[in-house]
Design a binder for this molecule. Sequence first.
Ligand SMILES: Nc1ncnc2c1ncn2[C@@H]1O[C@H](COP(=O)(O)OP(=O)(O)OP(=O)(O)O)[C@@H](O)[C@H]1O
Ligand SMILES: [Mg+2]
Length: 810
Amino acid sequence: MNQKVLSNEDEPRQAAAPAQSGMVTSIKPLPHDAMILIPMRNTVLFPGVISPITVGRVASVAAAQEAVRSERKVGFLLQKDPQKNDVKPEDLYWVGTAGQVVRYITGAEGTHHLVVQGQSRFRVLEFLEGWPFMVARVQMVEAPEGVEELKQPEIEARFLQLKEQASEALSLLPNAPEELGVVLHGVSSPALLADMVANLLDVKNEDKQDLLETFDLKRRLDKVLELLSERVGVLRISKEIGEKTKKQFDERQREHVLREQMRQIQKELGEGEEGEGEIEELRKAVAGAGMPEDVLKHATKELKRLERMGEGSAEGSMLRTYLEWLSEIPWKDEPGKEINIQEARKILDEDHFGLEKIKKRILEHLAVRKLNPHGKSPILCFVGPPGVGKTSLGQSIARATGRKFQRIALGGVHDEAEIRGHRRTYIGALPGNVIQAIRRAESKNTVLMFDEIDKLGQGGFHGDPSSALLEVLDPEQNSRFRDNYLAVDYDLSKVMFITTANMLDTIPGPLRDRMEIIQLPGYTEEEKLEIAKRYLVDRQLEANGLKSEDRKLEGAAITDEALRTIIRDYTREAGVRNLEREIGSVLRHVAMRIAEEGAMKIEVKPEDLPAILGPRRFENEVAQRTAVAGVATGLAWTSVGGDILFIEASKVPGSGKLILTGQLGDVMKESAQAALTLAKTFMNETLEKVDIHVHVPAGATPKDGPSAGVAMFTALVSLLSGKPVRHDAAMTGEISLRGLVLPIGGVKEKTLAALRAGIRMVLLPKRNEKDLEDVPKEAREKLEFVFLEQVEDAVRAALGVDPVELRKAA
Ligand SMILES: Nc1ncnc2c1ncn2[C@@H]1O[C@H](COP(=O)(O)OP(=O)(O)OP(=O)(O)O)[C@@H](O)[C@H]1O
Ligand SMILES: [Mg+2]
């Protein structure tokens, strides 16, 4: 609603030519159906509304004076373009409101003010020439003035609703005059109410003009209601936002006040230092912080300001916090421990099993840094599924280079200020998490890990966090990083940044360009066994307090076979995080038994596991699922590494439709469609009397992408031919409508997943053959690979039949 009801200034206060009263006496008389007109730049006058109007243009002043002199009504018409000074009939809307000038005031500086009472709508029939102002023959539009219409239920309903909405709108406006509510409440004519509300509405003039031109009362009520309820919606939201901000503000304020009180109380009790002493202390801290010259100058200036201000004030304590931050972050350029590559290799080997290639690349990276400490080496980025050791490699690098380790989780960071801090003008402002981490580390020579850079929130309302991060990571810029709170440059170039991610694709491009990507695909069963034996069991013994206190408990042991069973039947993951957790459960169980039974040594064997961990979770899943015709095992590639997925096809009576279930993505749906077309051609069937149902059972695996094409085709051919798919075969590959098998990504991850699931034979596109180089030796030895050029090749391998025979039999 329009709050500036009373300041309806229509005309700029330009000085008008002084209108002498003698000037208008020579005017020729107006015909009886003619009306004096005043064009309006910004105001739509409504019937029943009293409105102040300022006139400035010579013609408008003349019109107003003539109207007052001859006691005639004036017609007010809205201009289409408010900027236009010299208006012609075609510049005006031809429907307006006729009103009585109830007061005419000539202000100081030669301005002319009218108070006008709107009376009724009119329509222009024809403009007339020959007067020093605009004149037109008009037709009045009769308005239903009384309360007669209220007898019509459809009018009454709208009338009541409008009243209700209007009073809600008023209640949402923080400073609406109270009388307005009373006035609106007292209105008994629906037409008048509609016009009054229309006048108050905060909408474009075109919309108001439209309301003016809507003569039909019911339609007008509807339009007003619609506009009003829109406004109410907006008002509600802005009120909500206002309240939220206020609450946040209040909370910060409250904390601030409490701290201040605490300080005062401490002072009274003689616990805190004196104010004088505190400033003195700050001065020492600032002087000893080793700040660069310009920062020191700035800090000294702020110190002086603090002295003048005294500490009691809110601003004083904010300033003190700021100076504390400034003096506590590490400024000195210590040389940092020399990197010893031999030593580093030893430590990396100590902390992590395997990962030879990765350790080699890390050492190369460190060597480059060592040889060229001021060079701009790219930032390491570890990419891989959960639990493969990304974070712990970072910790290990810190240890190997004798630096502190700090971690910043970026998952869900949406606000630029989390990285770069809030300006000091905010109450409760703090530096961003980069500066905070550096302060915790107490040295610029720190390994700073940004975890989950792929889950960084996209920029929005509060600025783009990824561009702030870019500034942090970019060696070109980070020697002069500017945190909003500190508001001075800080040199981050000594910090060794490492980032981690589960997926490459969601890392913003510009960030990715600055990083050296190191992929960790996941571990094979053998590798997991070694990791478990060398690290996880030991660590869990310690974590569960089984190691130090009671030496006896070290008798807890898990046999290799039992570990293998846990890996194979109780976990299905690329990394070792669940494995570590399960080992923990087993050890806790053992500890209890040792305590209860007083046994010296307990060894856990595979057959003990169900009693401890429950029934096996992933045993023989593939064999059971693929026992019937119509099910094929596919291989997928996700952010948690590779995984297997089942494609189930079945036939039901119907009319040749394809039904897809299991929350498939669009690409996967298309590939199912293509697979069905191919399978029909291949089996030479039309399938007019059946519907084909393809289901990909739920699971954590997101189901999209084209690489399930071969598996879908195979499942469909299996269904149509009645021949089940080999239970130990899994496949991946995109298909073309011509029956070609196209290459896919993630071969390494997919083969590892196949191995984990107990698959023997993996079907891959021929064009992926070269990718086998990257597949771990263990997987290459244990799996049989079949390379596919045509979909027929998949039928031959997976169903174990000659495609030609199959077609003949069908
Ligand atoms: N090669 C390895 N040798 C020894 N321990 C390992 C190895 N790989 C992983 N671990 C251990 O596995 C656990 C999980 O690793 P970590 O926390 O580093 O996973 P992550 O890759 O950071 O996973 P996420 O993506 O979930 O953060 C750690 O305790 C880590 O030490
Ligand atoms: Mg991690």
